[in-house]
Design a protein around this ligand. Structure first.
Ligand SMILES: Nc1ncnc2c1ncn2[C@@H]1O[C@H](COP(=O)(O)OP(=O)(O)O)[C@@H](O)[C@H]1O
Ligand SMILES: [Mg+2]
Length: 258
């Protein structure tokens, strides 16, 4: 199967008929049910939908963290769903960055060591280029004065910004963020969301973020809605109001389907 092409748009990530079942027989859960979606390069997209609708599953399949039951996922011109385990390990290491709800920083390392960790783990030499990029990231993230602090000496918002810098340090093609502001107060959350938006607009990064917060989703360029493992809506230039209206429409859609 060839790589999907969208007219004039540089597609960074896509899914075709992507399906994931858990379990067997009567107890089978269809977590994803034939998802077709494209994510444009350099865009910040939010994925929203009710709890259990398949948001995390979609992200995990697109990023090669979990295997599909059927269908295809692509990262650039690579079919992720056709890779073996070793190829997936390399793809995750070299081409994607992850930000999770829990920051997952190593407590005995300072912020700078945590940010460089993906390079250290990949046995890469830290170059002058990497240092310049670290300082640009730290500057943009307001972490310059915090680089020699350990996680316990940082606020939640600062820790999540360190986690984002770590996700960006190897210049991945795509950043996947699953509820990145879920553990943050609204001010720290706004800092993180502003940075994700800046990363797309000024640094040209492709960002795909799962969130259940309409205010967070409104920072994105686009919101994709999921319900029952299927794409159920697509909102361009979202505002908190248009996102809420989209979610309301989903509820109506759910009750008529039931
Ligand atoms: N490892 C798993 N084993 C069995 N069922 C799972 C597993 N992971 C997710 N599911 C089920 O798949 C569906 C989608 O889950 P998930 O993608 O985590 O939803 P969301 O992130 O939108 O809350 C849910 O019904 C969930 O219970
Ligand atoms: Mg989830």
């Amino acid at each position: 199967m060839s790589v999907p092409q969208a007219n004039g748009i540089n597609v960074a990530v896509s899914a075709r008929g992507l399906t994931k079942h858990y379990g067997h027989g009567e107890s089978t859960v269809k977590a994803l049910d034939g998802v077709d979606v494209d994510f444009a390069a350099g865009q910040f997209t939010a994925i929203m939908g009710p709890s259990g609708s398949g948001k995390s599953t979609l992200m995990h399949l697109l990023a090669g963290l979990d295997s599909a039951s059927s269908g295809h996922a692509y990262l650039g011109s690579t079919e992720v769903t056709a890779l073996n385990d070793d190829q997936l390990t390399m793809l995750r290491r070299d081409r994607v960055g992850f930000v999770f709800q829990s920051f997952n920083l190593l407590p005995m390392f300072d912020a700078e060591q945590n940010i460089f960790l993906p390079l250290t783990l990949a046995n890469k030499k830290i170059t002058a280029d990497d240092r310049a990029w670290l300082h640009q990231l730290a500057e943009t993230l307001g972490l310059t004065q915090r680089l020699s602090h350990r996680p316990s000496e940082l606020s939640g918002g600062q820790q999540q910004r360190v986690a984002i810098a770590r996700a960006l340090i190897s210049r991945p093609e795509v950043i996947f963020a699953d509820e990145p502001t879920g553990n943050l107060d609204s001010r720290s959350g706004a800092e993180v969301l502003n940075f994700l938006r800046t990363s797309a607009r000024e640094l040209g990064r492709t960002i795909i973020m799962v969130t259940h917060d309409p205010a967070a989703a409104a920072y994105a360029d686009r919101v994709v809605l999921i319900a029952d493992g299927r794409i159920a809506g697509d909102i361009a230039n979202p505002t908190p109001e248009s996102v809420l209206a989209g979610l309301d429409a989903l509820r109506t859609f759910d009750s008529t389907a039931a």
